[in-house]
Ligand binder design. Structure first.
Ligand SMILES: Nc1ncnc2c1ncn2[C@@H]1O[C@H](COP(=O)(O)OP(=O)(O)OP(=O)(O)O)[C@@H](O)[C@H]1O
Length: 273
């Protein structure tokens, strides 16, 4: 195994933007991650998969600093997470955007007001400028302009996901974390969301970590896949993981859903020729 939990070394001089070494997380006696290494390179989309309860959301929360690691080193954007407190931590959050599993929009606020929350907290702009930025982000994620005046409860599930993505992009982050963003969407809605993330990643130069159960998303937009296995990360391209011999990996990637997703990918690439 190469550095950072990689099956094959993909560094090739690329900038490591997230670097975890020997990380352990636990709740009481329940150890979730142990001796975990993980690297992410600038500009890539990494899908994070693993069995239910394997610790995907906890890993994401640990990287962004919402869950303290018991042991190990976590560097994000070249900064040691553990050394961040007060203003430095506050500034750090401006460089990262998060779309939580349930969207986590404030139900009493309109979509525009939701997007303005992080801007108000970090940028200190006047009301008019914040409204302009909110309108821009709403357009960026492909929502109609009048969505800004609506409450989250007035939106469809797919629109709420886009609204929550717009809020995650409010401060033009370098790093975007998405926790099961396509859960609950129908396959067409999910594939439109995937296309949106890919095009935003390319146009804005984002680095994206996406927790997912969705094999279609992995095939469609992820450059590499990180699998949580036995409390550690094993990361590689889809082809490298398909060749990796582990019971969970075999069942996940080579089971009926894995085969269907692979057929879909083959069809998409032959249609594109
Ligand atoms: N705040 C917490 N306190 C105690 N245990 C927790 C806490 N958060 C998560 N856990 C436990 O950590 C483990 C990993 O949880 P996590 O939510 O990361 O799993 P997951 O891989 O994202 O699962 P799923 O795919 O079902 O969403 C679970 O056993 C969960 O019960």
């Amino acid at each position: 195994m190469a550095d950072g939990g990689q099956l094959v070394d993909h560094r090739n001089g690329r900038e490591v933007i997230v670097r975890l070494r020997d990380v352990r997380t636990q709740f009481g006696d329940h150890v979730i991650h142990d001796k975990l290494d993980f690297d992410m390179f600038r500009g890539e989309v990494v899908g994070l998969v693993g069995g239910s309860g394997s610790g995907k959301s906890v890993l994401l929360r640990t990287i962004i600093g919402l869950n303290p690691a018991r042991h190990g080193r976590i560097e994000v954007l070249g900064v040691d997470r553990r050394g961040l407190h007060g203003k430095a931590e506050h500034d750090f959050h401006a460089h990262t955007g998060v779309q939580f599993q349930d969207g986590a929009l404030f139900s009493s606020l309109t979509v525009a007001e939701n997007i303005m929350v992080p801007i108000r907290e970090h940028a200190g702009l006047d009301e008019e400028a914040m409204r302009c930025i909110a309108a821009l982000k709403i357009a960026l994620v492909g929502l109609p302009a009048d969505t800004g005046e609506k409450k989250p409860s007035e939106l469809s599930g797919g629109m709420r996901k886009r609204a929550s993505l717009a809020r995650a992009l409010a401060l033009d982050p370098e790093l975007l974390f998405l926790d099961e963003p396509t859960a609950g969407l129908d396959p067409i809605g999910a594939s439109h969301y995937d296309e949106l993330v890919r095009s935003l990643q390319q146009s804005l130069g984002l680095t994206v970590l996406m927790v997912t159960h969705d094999l279609d998303s992995l095939n469609a937009i992820c450059d590499r896949v990180a699998v949580l296995l036995d409390k550690r990360v094993v990361a590689g391209t889809m082809d490298e993981l398909l060749a990796y011999d582990h019971p969970w990996v075999r069942e996940y990637f080579h089971g009926p859903r894995g085969r269907a997703a692979a057929r879909q990918k083959d069809k998409a690439s032959s249609d594109g020729k």
